[in-house]
Every structure is written in structure tokens, then in C-alpha cells.
Design a protein around this ligand. Structure first.
Ligand code: ATR
Length: 311
């Protein structure tokens, strides 16, 4: 959905830090910051959801969501400028999620536990950081597959910020057995350490990719939290062929819609799902944080879901 505003700005355009020097928007501005960010679906999704919410709540009528390409070495400078300009809310995507935790005040425990934040809320003294990845992933998996995450044995692929948030989400949901798998085995130590700080934590195994994935039962869920799959030509980060055909396969990547991992899962008769649901649930929670409408997810979710269908 392309939105041309009175100021002449468009929510389709990729803006840069220099555009903040003279930001001509009078209403409430929101944005996603990434590097690269061009292909993010967040602006059309949020703008369509905001338009829907504005039909019943005037608060949203002056809100617009933009996208900014911000290189990591300019994130600190950019956040100061966004704050000075008065952006009410920001979403952070690759590669800012971990770096940003040093630059904001911690808004919730999940940020400290995962060491990453992806949603920032304006306060008078600076931005407050939240992590909606945990909520988004849990809700998306439970909705997409109609299951309870706690009933599954999970194999988690990856060791970056996304994997760390996923591991915490699995633990908080009550998963009993978790296998952490990554190409670089040593990077899994950070995740294992953060899980040790939780009161409720699963039995954890680690394994190196590529390699055989260990499992102990048929109630398996594989989650891809690596970045392998973002490019259409990427191979799958793991081989699913030794796993039971009842294994559920969830990929956080939504663009491309079918990664090599999901294609292999499908070919093996496994139920599969990509990250579009996670984006929707994250979007819903971001809107609740920014509008301070918590807890009443229903209208937000309806609006964000309708928005996804319209773009
Ligand atoms: P994010 O913070 O978004 O999770 P990240 O910190 O860059 O991103 O993590 C990327 C993840 O994808 C890592 O687990 C990485 O594996 P390594 O720890 O071994 O680097 C994984 N990954 C990226 N490219 C990969 C590739 N070509 N093969 C296998 N794993 C890959």
C-alpha cells in the first residue's frame, strides 16, 4: 500500500539518517530501521493496520510508518535524531537488535534475557526497548500448527539474536527438551548461559550443523532462526530427512515464502510454516506498546491480519 502524505513523503521510500535533519511530518511518525531494509513488509502492514484502527480510534489517524536504512555504525547517532524528531515508536531489524540493547533503557525482562530488542518506545528521556520476537514466535507457532509449544521437543537452528530470543521463548513456554544446533558450535555457549539464568528451563543438548539432528520422540518441532534462506538460492541449514514425518517445521524467514528447509519439509510430508504469522503477531504487539493499549490484542490483531491480506 503506497501512502503519499501531505508532506509529500511516502511510506514506500527508503529514508536515511540525513532525512531526519528536517523531517516535515506533523503527525505521529513510526519506522522500521534496518540495513538493508528495502524489502521489509512492515511499512505496508503497519500503515494498513493503522488505517483500519483509525476508523474507530482517532488516536491513530495521524500515525504513519516509514522505513529507514541505517548502517550499524550510525545507529546511536540515528536514535538520538529519531528521539529529537519525536518518533513515537521504532522497530529494529537485522543487524540492530543486539547492538540497540546498549543504547536504550530496558523496557521488559525479555530484552535482558535475550540480549536483543526489536521494538522501541519514545519516553521523554530516551527510547525504551522491548522484544516482541518471543511473543510473536510463540503465538505464530501455536496458531499456525494449532499446538501448545510446551508439548513439543524443539530443535532450534541458529545462534544469533533471533535464535537467542527463540530459545528463551521455548523455555518460557515450558518446552522440556531443546536441541540447539549451529554451524559454529562455540556460539551456542551464549544461549546456554542465558537459559541457565531462567528458573524454568529445558534439558539442553547442542549439535553442530550440518550433521545429524538428535531427537528422542515423535513430537518434534524444528525452528529455523538462522539467516540461511534469506536469499532464494540458499541451501537448507539442516537435513530433515532422518526426522519423523510428523515433525513440524517453522521458518522465521517470510521472504522468500518457501525456503529450501520448508521445501524439504513439505516434500517429506511434514507440516510447515513460514515467518509471516510471526511478523503479524510482532506487529500487533508493537502497536499495543506504542499506543499503550495493553492488554487488548483482539482489535489490533484483527487489523494487522486484515492488513496482511490487503498487501
Ligand atoms: P540474527 O541476529 O538475525 O539472528 P546473526 O546474529 O547474524 O543474525 O545470526 C545468523 C545465524 O545464521 C547464525 O546462527 C549463523 O551461523 P554461525 O553462528 O555459524 O555464523 C547462521 N548462518 C548464517 N549464514 C550461514 C550459513 N551460510 N550456513 C550456516 N549457518 C549460517
Amino acid at each position: 500500500m503506497k501512502l503519499i502524505l501531505k508532506s509529500g513523503l511516502s511510506s514506500d521510500t527508503v529514508y536515511t539518517i540525513d532525512d531526519l535533519d528536517d523531517w516535515p511530518v506533523e503527525g505521529t511518525s513510526l519506522a522500521v530501521l534496518g540495513h538493508p531494509v528495502k524489502h521489509s513488509l512492515s511499512p505496508p502492514m503497519h500503515n494498513a493496520a493503522i488505517a483500519e484502527l483509525a476508523t474507530t480510534d482517532k488516536q491513530f489517524s495521524a500515525w504513519t510508518y516509514y522505513k529507514f536504512d541505517i548502517p550499524p555504525d550510525r545507529l546511536e547517532e540515528a536514535l538520538a535524531k529519531f528521539h529529537k524528531t519525536g518518533f513515537r515508536g521504532l522497530n529494529l531489524t537485522v543487524p540492530h537488535k543486539v547492538l540497540a540493547t546498549e543504547l536504550v533503557t530496558i523496557g521488559e525482562n525479555e530484552v535482558e534475557l535475550s540480549g536483543a530488542c526489536n521494538t522501541l518506545l519514545y519516553t521523554a528521556s530516551g527510547y525504551e526497548g522491548y522484544n516482541t520476537d518471543l511473543y510473536g514466535m510463540t503465538q505464530a507457532i501455536e496458531t499456525d500448527f494449532s499446538i501448545r509449544l510446551k508439548d513439543k521437543e524443539v530443535i532450534l537452528l541458529g545462534a544469533g539474536g533471533a535464535a537467542r530470543a527463540a530459545a528463551i521463548a521455548c523455555s518460557k513456554a515450558g518446552v522440556q527438551r531443546l536441541t540447539l544446533a549451529n554451524r559454529t558450535l562455540s556460539k551456542l555457549d551464549t544461549i546456554a548461559t542465558s537459559l541457565n539464568r531462567l528458573e524454568q528451563r529445558p534439558t539442553v543438548k547442542t549439535c553442530q550443523l550440518p550433521g545429524e539432528l538428535p531427537f528422542t520422540c515423535d513430537d518434534l518441532l524444528v525452528i529455523n532462526a538462522t539467516s540461511l534462506g534469506l536469499r532464494p538460492e540458499d541451501p537448507a541449514p539442516a537435513d530433515l530427512s532422518q526426522l519423523p514425518s510428523s515433525t513440524l517445521v517453522f521458518d522465521m524467514i517470510y521472504n522468500p515464502a518457501r525456503t529450501a528447509l520448508l521445501k524439504q519439509g513439505e516434500a517429506l510430508g511434514m507440516p510447515v510454516s513460514n515467518g509471516i504469522g510471526m511478523l503479524v503477531f510482532q506487529g500487533e504487539r508493537s502497536l499495543r506498546i506504542w499506543s499503550r493499549k495493553d492488554p487488548s490484542p483482539h482489535e489490533m490483531l484483527k487489523a494487522v491480519r486484515a492488513a496482511m491480506n490487503s498487501i
